[in-house]
Ligand binder design. Structure first.
Ligand SMILES: CN[C@](CCCC[B-](O)(O)O)(CCN1CCCCC1)C(=O)O
Ligand SMILES: [Mn+2]
Ligand SMILES: [Mn+2]
Ligand SMILES: [Mn+2]
Length: 304
């Protein structure tokens, strides 16, 4: 299949500088040629233009709404364009607010998509339930039909309408979920496998149950949104909201290999790489392990 890579050098969904350099360090880590070496046809389509609005005052406690909303529109347009010419798109972020645009854009091409959200966090706060006001903790709330009446139309988001249903989402890796998010997950019956379920059932069972829950017929395109903080911080320390007790490298490889085996992966987000956090060794380990995980989504199997 043909793979298109886009960069999303964006950081306004959260307060720390550094995620804007995520695309750069992943490219320098050799992501494009390491995928080409697997026999994939890979083309790097450069970076999405990001918008930084002056005096971008918070609305409903959500910070930088105009910068995030306007950038998300450009992301959606770029992803839509990409997916009309490539089989698969890899979006290199950038903070996780990027997923507003990547999922909205993907859904224009694949309206029947399901979302696997690999993350320590649920990222489904509304502006009202969020205690930080950081939009990287809210992306799914802007995308889900069932939350439409709970999420105010912020400046910059006029273009966006919800495009997925709660039942189309499955979480793997949760271990830091806010009270408001817990209520939303329960109220709408969102499929959620925290680290506790992974310890109870094992990763094989969790991946099988997650896929069966969102795609029982095994025929829907998969949008996989990978927050690098899903992995244990000893593996990916260069990220802004690390939480101990995360996915092992083997569990992460297993997820990637099983999703690859479906043959239905259409888009991957790689979110929350922040190369300004950690020392040189930690930055290199973060980048190298992420690239090794990405390779597993594209046919690189441990068994050869
Ligand atoms: C759990 N929710 C947080 C973190 C969101 C992380 C976004 B991601 O993209 O990296 O996953 C944390 C909210 N507060 C919890 C209590 C302590 C202060 C932060 C939020 O800011 O909404
Ligand atoms: Mn996270
Ligand atoms: Mn609707
Ligand atoms: Mn996230």
């Amino acid at each position: 299949e043909s793979i298109g890579v886009i960069g999303i050098p964006f950081s306004k969904g959260q307060p720390r500088t550094g995620t804007e350099f995520g695309p750069k360090v992943l490219r320098l880590g050799g992501i494009v040629n390491k995928l080409q070496s697997l026999g994939c046809h890979v083309e790097d389509h450069g970076d999405v233009e990001v918008i930084q609005v002056e005096n971008d005052d918070p609305e409903e406690k959500a910070k930088n709404p105009r910068s995030v909303g306007q950038t998300s529109k450009l992301i959606a347009d770029k992803v839509e364009q990409e997916l009309r010419s490539e089989d698969i798109c890899i979006a290199l972020g950038g903070d996780h607010s990027m997923a507003i645009g990547t999922i909205a854009g993907n859904a224009r091409v694949e309206p029947d998509l399901v979302v696997l959200w690999i993350d320590a966090h649920a990222d489904i706060n509304t502006p009202m339930t969020s205690d930080s006001g950081n939009i990287h903790g809210m992306p799914l709330a802007f995308l889900v039909h069932e939350l439409e009446s709970y999420v105010p139309k912020l400046s910059g988001f006029e273009w966006l309408t919800p495009c997925i249903h709660a039942k189309d989402i499955a979480y793997i890796g949760l271990r830091d979920v806010d009270a408001g998010e817990r209520k939303i997950i329960e109220k709408f019956g969102i499929t959620a496998f925290s680290m506790q379920e992974i310890d109870r059932y094992g990763i094989k069972e969790v991946v099988e149950r997650a896929l069966r829950a969102v795609d029982p017929e095994g025929n829907r395109p998969i949008h996989l949104s990978f927050d690098v903080d899903a992995m244990d911080p000893t593996l990916t320390p260069s990220t802004g909201t690390p939480v101990m007790g995360g996915l092992s490298l083997r569990e992460t490889y297993y997820i990637a290999e099983e999703v690859a085996r479906t043959g239905r992966l259409c888009m991957i987000d790689i979110a929350e790489v922040n190369p300004l956090l950690g020392d040189e060794k930690e930055k290199k380990m973060t980048v190298d392990l992420i690239i090794s995980v990405i390779q597993r989504f594209f046919g690189n199997r441990r068994g050869g």
